[in-house]
Design a protein around this ligand. Structure first.
Ligand code: AR6
Length: 179
């Protein structure tokens, strides 16, 4: 599914983010930038040790923010390491922190003149964020950002399985319908 927001394209696809040829891919990282499983493991495996070396130099990243490194051996030139919240019950600032992780990543893309960026579904794997709620936050944050920032041409969400894809499709459809 894809829609045009202002001058940019917002796309949803099912697939593996390490295979994307967008200028930047976003990693669902932890606050130590120490690597791990899920998307994080896949990105470091495919991108090689250079990404981890840069992460070590950066040292860490608070939850709700993001940091940028090069893409190592990935097709993408950059990796934006975003730290989403660990979900407890939704009443410990999780929505704001998840929104922050997306917004911070988009700001880093703008600042680095990145024209295309691919996101995974941050926090909905090991960090346990309910997918339906996370999809609404992810999509509304991207749509809001693109309405006021025309410099990013393509924002793509790369969803790893059909259920996640469908949740993002519902979130995007409901936002488009109320506009
Ligand atoms: N491409 C796209 N999406 C993927 C891929 C991939 N190659 N692999 C997994 N996903 P998770 P989190 C999906 O657990 O919840 C790590 O250990 C996955 O199906 O990767 O933010 C970090 O180091 C799910 O929908 O990230 C942190 O400690 C989504 O990506 C912690 O996990 C996010 O799942 C972060 O947890």
């Amino acid at each position: 599914m894809e829609v045009i927001i202002n001058k940019s394209r917002l796309e949803l696809l099912e697939g593996d983010i390490t295979k994307q040829d967008t200028e930047a891919v976003v990693n669902a990282a932890n606050s130590r930038l120490a690597g791990g499983g899920g998307v994080d493991g896949a990105i470091h495996r495919a991108g090689g040790p250079q990404i981890m070396e840069e992460c070590r130099k950066i040292g860490g990243c608070p939850t709700g923010e993001a940091r940028i490194t090069t893409g190592g051996k990935l097709k993408a030139r950059y990796v934006i390491h975003a730290v989403g919240p660990i979900y407890r019950d939704g009443r410990h600032g999780e929505p704001e922190l998840l929104l922050g992780a997306y917004k911070y990543s988009l700001k880093l893309a703008s600042e680095n003149k990145i024209k295309s960026v691919a996101f995974p579904s941050i926090s909905t794997g090991a960090y346990g964020y309910p997918v339906e709620d996370a999809a609404n936050i992810a999509i509304s944050t991207a749509v809001d950002y693109l309405k006021s920032h025309t410099e990013i041409e393509i924002v793509c969400f790369v969803l790893f399985n059909t259920d996640t894809y469908k949740a993002y499709e519902r979130a995007l459809s409901s936002i488009i319908n109320v506009q």
